[in-house]
Design a protein around this ligand. Structure first.
Ligand code: M6R
Length: 610
């Protein structure tokens, strides 16, 4: 959610922080701030709005060589410059940035107020600054004060603290919110996301939960909260700067949609055994027996990743004949799920940091079942905490609306389906080979869909003033309808609902009139004829019909106001294609309506709070 960056070294700290915050802005962005050490005192500058606004109001801080910066996504306290981070103690000598939620902050605030501390903001974070101040007056140094303060705290945190009294040190701590430390030559960075530090170094140490780091320009000392030293090898970041830049596109979302021919190729690369008609994934090699002999799969995820999971259910129940349950991670973790011997739990997450998914996977681990991950961000917490897993290799996804990660998740779910179905002998080698042949054709077919963007733009122009949208699909394309509706809602702010097309008669049909566009995904597969009837039902009530159909489908041409044609493929692979026109439709709709595509209001890329 919030973005965190800290710097200590020889460069201008202000420039490093502002540049880092700009790269983190996609995580949260209602306000931003920095604290910089200038002439022995901490200069805090913060504002509501974007990092560009912040940059314009920072003056006289160029000499600072140490500082911390933050982009905020509000949880406690409305977005304004007082509630923006960093927060300081009473003296102004201690500054804190924080991602997470301090659950007992009301009690702590009361206690600290009684001790004479004066609070300026409505945030939970400010109690940390005062709590550290309280312990700092008795402790040997900032590190000890932070450790003692954190013992009092319930909740989650990724935080960085600086003190004017210790001008050569940053102290970072983590429980539940991601943090990594960049190891540069005579400089160190701390960030919530690798994109904020990759310009300065590729050597990083990932912090784990309940760890505290004391960072100077030449050294990092990592300990747990019980003061025991931890030795951890540095890791090398492999993605490059171009991958996190727009590269000539107007928006990250547009770039990420257009990358899909390549990202699908990357998801399959080295994982298809064409001759044997089976898939292989290095990350699952040691657990292949457990996966193929599982009695049931339980998939936990949120948002778009949950939609991918639902597609996985359709595919795997159809082919591998394995029962699959799909659960919202936030529900799973609190509803005492029944897990049994033979269950395998999968956690799907683009960021690998979604708090609900992380908590749900921990719950599953406590129940003693194996938990495997399907994750994009390499080295992320979910990737590390699962027993095994598969990376989707979609590369950094910056746009808040998930696009390429979704299709890559579908690609990997198809690989798992192929592996399990072949091992369980519910598919033979010939069928496996047919699937693989079709997988190889997908990138070219995606290019054909992307070529139709002008046509989709025209549709967006026509419907730009619509207030509602219905998305309808059946079978494996029902979750695609849900995903199309989510994309429309999150970046265009148009109310949209996704339904299984046949459910329409059970309620939503009451909404249909001449002002209601209905987007159907009606491909030539098992439920095609049923979908035709559902389209007739909308037309009979004067609804506007936009159809995603297979190319050269004469029948649907006559039955729709607009048709977007996509190449034919196997039913199990079809969501990888059918979602792309829906991504483009929401993108152009948002542009038409003047919305901020990459940073939609109220949303953050990675949801690291409950
Ligand atoms: O990083 P994750 O895949 O765990 O994130 C899950 C959801 O927060 C995410 O998919 C969200 O729904 C996106 N904004 C959808 O575009």
């Amino acid at each position: 959610m919030c973005g965190i960056v800290g710097y200590i070294g020889e460069k201008c700290a202000c420039d490093v922080l502002v540049e880092g915050l700009r790269r983190l802005e996609y995580r949260g962005y209602d306000s931003a701030g920095v604290a910089l050490l200038v002439d022995d005192h901490i200069n805090v500058v913060k504002t509501i709005g974007k990092v560009s606004v912040l940059e314009n109001i920072i003056h006289d801080s160029k000499s600072a060589r140490i500082g911390i910066g933050h982009t905020r996504w509000a949880t406690h306290g409305e977005p304004n410059s007082v509630n923006a981070h960093p927060h300081t103690d009473c003296s102004g000598d201690i500054a804190v940035i924080h991602n997470g939620i301090i659950e007992n902050y009301v009690a702590l605030k009361k206690k600290l107020s009684c001790l004479g501390h004066e609070f300026k903001s409505q945030t939970d974070t400010e109690v940390l600054a005062h709590l550290i101040e309280e312990f700092n007056s008795r402790a040997d140094n900032l590190e000890v004060a932070v450790r003692l303060a954190l013992r009092e705290v319930d909740g989650t945190f990724g935080l960085v603290v600086m003190s004017a009294k210790e001008p050569e040190v940053l102290v970072a701590a983590r429980r539940g919110s991601p943090l990594l430390i960049g190891l540069g030559e005579s400089e160190k960075l701390i960030a919530s996301d690798a994109s904020a530090l990759i310009r300065h170094t590729r050597n990083v140490v990932y912090m784990h939960d309940n760890e505290i780091a004391v960072v100077t320009r030449n050294n990092v000392s990592l300990k747990n909260l019980d003061d025991e030293t931890i030795n951890r090898e540095a890791e090398y970041l492999t993605f490059n700067l171009e991958q996190i830049e727009k590269g000539g596109f107007d928006h990250f979302m547009q770039k990420e949609i257009s990358e899909q021919p390549e990202t699908i190729l990357n998801a399959f690369r080295g994982r298809l055994k064409d001759d044997e008609g089976i898939a292989t994934m290095g990350g699952l090699r040691d657990v292949e027996d457990k996966v193929t002999n599982a009695k049931r799969f339980v998939i936990i995820a949120c948002g778009t990743s949950w939609h991918a999971a639902l597609v996985g259910k359709y595919i795997m129940e159809q082919h591998a004949r394995i029962p699959v349950e799909v659960d919202y991670a936030s529900e799973f973790r609190y509803r005492k799920p029944v897990l049994m011997e033979g269950d395998v739990v999968w956690a799907i997450s683009q960021s690998g940091e979604t708090l609900d998914t992380l908590a749900a996977l921990r719950e599953a681990k406590r129940a003693g079942v194996p938990v495997y991950g399907i994750v994009n961000v390499v080295g992320s917490t979910i990737a590390r905490e699962t027993d095994a897993g598969v990376y989707i290799h979609a590369g950094p996804e910056i746009g808040v609306a998930s696009t390429k990660a979704f299709t890559s998740q579908l690609a990997v779910l198809n690989l798992i389906n192929l592996l399990v179905s072949r091992k369980r002998k519910t598919l033979d080698a010939k069928q496996g080979k047919e699937i693989i042949e079709e997988m190889h054709r997908l990138p070219e077919k995606i290019c054909q869909i992307l070529d139709q963007k002008e046509r989709i733009k025209e549709i967006a122009e026509e419907f730009r003033d619509s207030r509602n949208f219905l998305y309808l699909g059946r079978g494996v394309n029902f979750p695609v309808a849900l995903e199309g509706a989510l994309k429309m809602k999150e970046i265009s702010y148009i109310h949209a609902e996704g339904y299984p097309a046949a459910e329409m008669k059970h309620g939503p049909i009451a909404l249909i009139d001449e002002d209601m566009p209905a987007v159907f995904i009606a491909l030539g597969h098992s439920t095609y004829h049923k979908s035709l009837s559902n389209i007739q039902e909308v037309l009979a009530r004067k609804g506007k019909v936009i159809v995603v159909a297979n190319e050269a489908d004469g029948r649907l041409k006559d039955l729709s106001d607009h048709i977007i044609e996509i190449p034919r493929t196997l039913e199990i692979l079809s969501p990888i294609l059918s979602v792309i026109p829906l991504q483009l439709l929401s993108y152009y709709m948002a542009i038409e309506r003047g919305c901020n595509v990459d940073q939609p209001r109220n949303l953050a890329k990675s949801v690291t709070v409950e």
